[in-house]
Design a protein around this ligand. Structure first.
Ligand code: FAD
Length: 317
């Protein structure tokens, strides 16, 4: 038996989460006394995975899988798991994989735990720690089925180099025609040079920015930091920014290394979506703004004065 990961990719390249998942899998595999196999879809050069501990790569190349289709991808992962006799299957908690993971679990009659953080608390019984209540608490979940599917919370573990054997094998799973009920044909990027999903740093603006004409402030700071830009819900509701940038409970979840909130009050629904970020910096003119309660660093003051100064200082580095 081996441990199987699905190494996510887009446009022919691995996503950063694939390396985090491989790093995590290596440690879990060590505790189970097994090896790490990865299944990849339509990636020609998979050699990078070996740097993060992957011992074997099952390479699937199939034009039918050019667009993401949860059912077809779930079928691929199921067949890879069965071929390898994998008892633990790991996916990342990304937008794609939150659709994919439950389908994989159903197909394999496996128990499933999403939003897993940290290494398993125990391997016998098999228990994992998970984010709960919009990341305000943890719970310990026991999976008692023979086959287990886990979704690793993004940016919860980190990326660590550790050599794996990295052997490669072409794999041709059967893909049925009724696997394609719903298919993503194309992905149109609506804004931002860096995607929120892959960003290490996010600079986010709220209604305190007063209007879309002031967004240069956020973009300049983001550009100096190589960060993605984001916003609060009212900002996207007002049409100041595209909906794809809205973060929070009803928007995109953000789990970055650094989250900078400018002119955002810190409503519970906003915090719920960004709480897993490691360092939170808040810039707000109101010292009583609720966001300061969860901030690691806070600056009380006018964003229109502070942000340009911060950007200029950072340019000097
Ligand atoms: P405001 O509440 O108007 O806050 C603006 C802040 O800017 C204030 O704190 C103010 O002090 C500060 N400010 C003003 N001028 C300046 C200045 N010159 N310099 C610095 N600071 C300044 N919200 C989300 O963001 N994401 C969600 O996913 C989400 N989901 C929701 C789901 C539900 C069911 C509901 C009911 C609400 C949801 N909301 C969500 C909305 C949420 O409750 C808040 O209304 C929203 O987050 C407030 O946005 P804001 O902080 O940008 O605006």
């Amino acid at each position: 038996m081996s441990l199987l990961i699905y190494a996510e990719s887009a446009e022919g390249k691995f996503k950063k989460v694939a390396f985090e998942l491989a790093s995590y899998a290596k440690k879990v595999a060590e505790s189970l006394g097994t090896t790490v196999t990865a299944v990849t879809v339509n990636i020609s050069d998979v050699s990078e995975l070996a740097k993060y501990g992957v011992d074997k790569v099952l390479k699937v190349n199939n034009d039918k899988l050019a667009g993401f289709t949860a059912k077809a991808y779930a079928d691929v992962i199921k067949q890879a798991a069965q071929k390898e006799g994998a008892k633990v299957i790991l996916l990342s908690s990304t937008t794609d994989s939150i659709y994919l993971s439950p389908l994989v679990a159903v197909a394999l009659e496996a128990g499933f735990a999403s939003n897993v953080v940290g290494l398993p608390v125990s391997t016998s019984p098999f228990q994992v720690k998970r984010n709960a209540f919009s990341n305000k608490a943890f719970n310990i979940t026991e999976i008692s089925t023979d086959v287990k599917v886990l979704g690793l919370a993004k940016n919860s573990y980190g990326i660590f180099e550790s050599a794996g054997a990295g052997t490669e094998e072409d794999f041709n799973p059967t893909i049925g025609d009724n696997d394609f009920g719903v298919k993503v044909d194309s992905v149109e990027k609506v804004s931002g040079k860096v995607s929120i999903a892959d960003a290490d740093i996010v600079v986010s603006g709220g209604r305190g920015l007063k209007g879309p004409e002031n967004w240069g402030l956020i973009e300049d700071l983001a550009s100096v930091l190589g960060a993605a830009t984001a916003c609060s819900k009212p900002v996207s509701d007002l049409g100041w920014r595209p909906h794809g940038e809205h973060v929070g409970q009803t928007g995109k979840p953000v789990a970055t290394n650094l989250y900078i909130a400018v002119g955002i009050s810190g409503a519970i629904q906003h915090i719920a979506g960004i709480n897993s970020s490691k360092v939170k910096v808040v810039i707000n003119s109101d010292p009583e703004a609720p966001f300061f309660k969860v901030a690691d660093y806070g600056i009380v003051g006018d964003a229109f004065e502070i942000v340009p100064q911060l950007t200029e200082k950072l340019k000097a580095f």
